[in-house]
Structure formats: C-alpha cells, structure tokens
Design a protein around this ligand. Structure first.
Ligand SMILES: [Zn+2]
Length: 231
C-alpha cells in the first residue's frame, strides 16, 4: 500500500516478519516542482528516503528498496522491541551510510536481546548500535518537512511517535492501533503512562490526522477518539 500525502510525501507500508510489523518507507520528493520550474542548472537531488521500524525477515523491504532504486538516508525507530529492529542489520549492511536513530531511553536495547524482548519470544535479535539518539520534544528535518517527535512512552519506556503536521500523518509504533493500544503486560511497560501519553500527545492532534501504527491497518485520530474501546 502506498499513501500519497500533502507535502509531496509518500509512505509505503510493508508488513514484515512473524509478528506482522508494519515497516514504513517514507519518500519525499521536494525536487519535483523545482525541476519543472528550472530548465537549466544542475540535476535536482533524488528523493529523500527514510525507513521507520525495519521488521524481522526484511527481504521484502530490501527487494522493494532495490526495485524502486531508493537509498535510505535515515532509519527511525519508534521503540526498540525486536520485531521493530529485526531488519536493521540487513539494512545497514546494504546501506551503511544510513543514519540509525533510536529513542535515547532504549538505544542500548538494540544490542541486548533480553531487553529488546526477542529472547523471551524465542529469537536472538542483535542490531547495530544507533548513530544518533533522540527524545520527545525534538524535531527532525526531511527536506522541507518537519517531523515532531511525540512522547508516547508506556508500551516501552522511550517509545515515541513521529508526526508531520504539514502532511497530516503520525506514525505511532506500538502506542496506538486501530481500535486498540499497545501491550502493557510486558517488561518495562507502564499502562497508565501509555494512556496518559496517548491522550496528551496523540488525541490532541487534528481529527483528520492519519495514524499509521506499528501493527494492523491505518486509522485516523478522529476515529480512535470516538471508537477506540481502550480510550
Ligand atoms: Zn513493541
């Protein structure tokens, strides 16, 4: 599925691995209009490609990127559970220049299969270390687009969501799903904190905001405000 959004952003969804993790490929084409308006001059830069949460068994993701001739510049993690970082090693191997960004509070989980919970699920996920860390309240620039980092911790202690106001989209990881919320019956989770952060950081967004969660189908803030049984 490819979603085309305002701000010349498109987001492709790939469902990866045994836990059906949504991995998102964000592509921003800021050069399209500039190229049309400027017949002379240097060739415009190619699209900017970012990945969010490369999941386990990432071959379909790698195939997709190669087929589309996309080179990920950045890999963002909503949180560092094994099913959201399982594809990181393969991505880094193919595109070593990609900058991996992880929430500060969980960055050391990348190399720790016990804390990233892959071990309890019978797996052994060890990912490369993060190149950068971030915290809620910070912003990331993607060409002309600003991504706000929202505090949606609770399912995990450093969990964040990535929100682009101009594009009207938020990537919520395992905090908010269509008609559900993230698990809090797992180590280091805090259910009350999760609910508080969902209300404060996500439900406060415009109703039309598209929600792209870490598992399951997309939804909107308006739909979850009215019909999510957990809220
Ligand atoms: Zn998770």
């Amino acid at each position: 599925m490819i979603l085309h959004l305002p701000g010349e952003l498109s987001i492709a969804t790939l469902v990866l691995g045994p836990l059906l993790t949504n991995t998102y490929v964000l592509v921003h084409h800021p050069a399209r209009r500039a190229a049309r308006d400027a017949p002379a001059g240097p060739t415009p830069a190619g699209p900017t490609c970012w990945l969010v949460d490369p999941g386990l068994e990432p071959e379909p993701l790698l195939d997709y990127l190669r087929h589309k001739q996309l080179q990920p510049q950045r890999v963002l993690l909503t949180h560092c559970h094994g099913d959201h970082i399982g594809g990181l090693s393969a991505v880094k191997e193919l595109w070593p220049e990609a900058i991996v960004g992880a929430p500060l509070a969980e960055a050391d989980w990348l190399t720790d299969p016990a804390r990233n919970l892959s071990l309890p699920f019978g797996m052994h996920v060890v990912a490369p270390e993060a190149d950068e860390t971030f915290q809620a309240g910070e912003e990331l620039q993607m060409g002309g687009l600003t991504w706000e980092i929202l505090d949606t911790a609770g399912h995990s202690p450093g969990g964040v969501s990535f929100y682009c106001r101009r594009c009207g989209v938020v990537l919520t990881g395992d905090a908010l799903f269509a008609d559900s919320i993230g698990r809090s019956d797992i180590p280091e989770a805090d259910g009350e904190k999760l609910l508080r952060n969902i209300r404060r950081s996500l439900l406060a967004l415009p109703e039309s905001t598209r929600v792209l969660p870490g598992h399951g189908p997309p939804t909107t803030i308006g739909e979850e405000r009215t019909s999510n049984p957990f809220l």
